[in-house]
Design a protein around this ligand. Structure first.
Ligand code: OAD
Length: 258
């Protein structure tokens, strides 16, 4: 792994590890880029990004679901099918190893709706909900498939209705125009405001309020580190590590746990 990294990048990772090692409170925000190496498409990468090929306003807004619940439900069932056999990659595994073996206070926050951080063994706060959970769009009651045999219909695009109010069942995901889960946001704000180092990994930093967490951390004196394959509009960054998360994080964490 180390051999594949350029000498300049290894020096930067070394410098980053030295900066992080002397601090106590670390806040990490991940985005779709951390799951890209597991084979899950991001949203905005050219050609492969979901929002390059589909219109978010047709598929990820409450208005779209009210207009055409079948279309929206089918699209999420297709995404579940796409994600269900994917496994954590070295980036998820390195973060889990760090979290499990450090004395530092490490808060991991994700915008991702997959569960690859959990599968890797991390404790993580989800800002944008969970792909594998369902709830009623009308009364918000969570929905569990009452008949275990129906697990075989996991990716069925037939609409489901609420057992309480007969409203349509939707994925428990935060859509554009909807509020973030209150408790998750409180955890994120507190961790960002109270950290000495904020690490942004695999996110385009375009979607607020999540993208504002780095600014909040910066205002409170934190150093900001970004790990991304491409530059982002995030202007508060102190150290940029331009490479795949799955290449940078194993070495960074190895240095931190040495
Ligand atoms: P984006 O698709 O906007 O950005 C993904 C970022 O990951 C880009 O900046 C890529 O350059 C970077 N990237 C790609 N592969 C990478 C790799 N192997 N290692 C490191 N970086 C890599 O995804 P998000 O920023 O997560 O909302 O998008 C934010 C939100 O917009 C998502 O949570 C989603 C979407 O609409 C909801 O689902 C509610």
């Amino acid at each position: 792994m180390v051999a594949e990294l350029s000498a300049a990048l290894i020096v930067e990772i070394d410098r980053t590890a030295a900066l992080i090692a002397s601090q106590t409170n670390i806040c990490i925000l991940t985005g779709a880029g951390i799951s890209a190496e597991s084979g899950i498409p991001t949203f905005r990468d050219k050609q492969t990004g979901l929002w390059e090929n589909y219109r978010a306003e047709d598929l990820a807004t409450p208005e779209a679901f009210v207009r055409d619940p079948k279309l929206v439900w089918s699209w999420y069932q297709w995404r579940r099918q796409l994600v269900h056999d994917k496994a954590p990659n070295p980036a998820h595994l390195a973060l889990a190893e760090w979290q499990q073996n450090t004395n530092q206070r490490l808060t991991l926050i994700t915008q991702n709706v997959d569960d690859l951080h959990e599968q890797a063994g991390s404790q993580v706060t989800h800002l944008h909900g969970h792909l594998w959970r369902n709830r009623c769009h009308q009364c918000t009651a969570s929905y569990q498939e009452p008949d275990a045999d129906k697990q075989s219909q996991l990716f069925d695009d037939k609409l489901l209705t609420c057992l309480h109010c007969k409203g349509y069942i939707r994925p428990d995901i935060v859509w554009f125009g909807e509020a973030l889960p209150v408790e998750a946001w409180q955890i994120a704000e507190k961790a960002a405001a109270g950290c000495e180092v904020f690490i942004s990994i695999g996110t385009s930093s375009l979607v607020y309020p999540a993208a504002g967490l780095a600014q909040l951390a910066k205002q409170n004196g934190a150093k900001i580190i970004e790990i991304n394959t491409d530059p982002t509009p995030n202007t508060v960054v102190d150290i940029t590590l331009t490479a795949k998360a799955g290449e940078v994080l194993p070495l960074l964490v190895e240095l931190l746990l040495k």
